[in-house]
Write a protein that binds this ligand. Structure first.
Ligand SMILES: Nc1nc2c([nH]c(=O)n2[C@H]2C[C@H](O)[C@@H](COP(=O)(O)OP(=O)(O)OP(=O)(O)O)O2)c(=O)[nH]1
Length: 135
């Protein structure tokens, strides 16, 4: 039997047209690169709950996990990255485990020095940031 891949959840938080991104402090090969904040879901943990927990732990913000965003991205042989839209509820993000956090616009998506896996999410993130007609 093949082992199940561990799910890494990442939150795509958009506020006032800007996307929340965070710069990794570790491991050495990813340190300094930017990602959507998140982490490994616990066994049996619902992914959206994992997004809510990780963003509370790592950034001290309250979000509500929502819909999947973009493709799933295989990370090595043991993990799979899935991004979820997350609605900001409260708190200003603080870099507790990251080097820094930033809010970026659509124009900065391509040139951000992303963690390699996250490049696969850029097109979907651009769509998420696209201004919409509102009722
Ligand atoms: N959080 C996050 N991790 C990502 C992204 N892209 C990507 O390749 N990864 C990788 C880096 C790590 O190998 C793994 C997630 O690790 P993590 O360090 O964020 O997980 P965690 O908070 O649960 O921490 P730990 O249990 O490993 O200490 O997924 C991303 O956008 N967000």
């Amino acid at each position: 039997m093949g082992e199940q891949r561990r799910e890494v959840v990442a939150g795509a938080v958009v506020r006032e047209g800007l996307l929340l991104v965070a710069r990794r402090a570790s491991p050495p090969e990813l340190a300094g690169l930017w990602e959507l904040p998140g982490g490994k879901a616990e066994p049996g943990e619902e992914p959206r709950a994992a997004v809510e927990r990780e963003l509370a732990e790592e950034l001290a913000i309250v979000v509500v996990g929502g819909e999947r965003v973009g493709p799933e991205v295989l990370i090595g042989e043991r993990m799979v990255l899935r991004a979820y839209a997350a609605e900001w509820v409260s708190g200003e993000p603080v870099a507790i485990e990251h080097l820094e956090v930033a809010w970026i616009g659509s124009d900065a998506l391509d040139d951000l020095p992303w963690v390699p896996s996250d490049r696969a999410l850029i097109a979907a993130l651009r769509e998420l940031l696209r201004p919409r007609e509102r009722a």
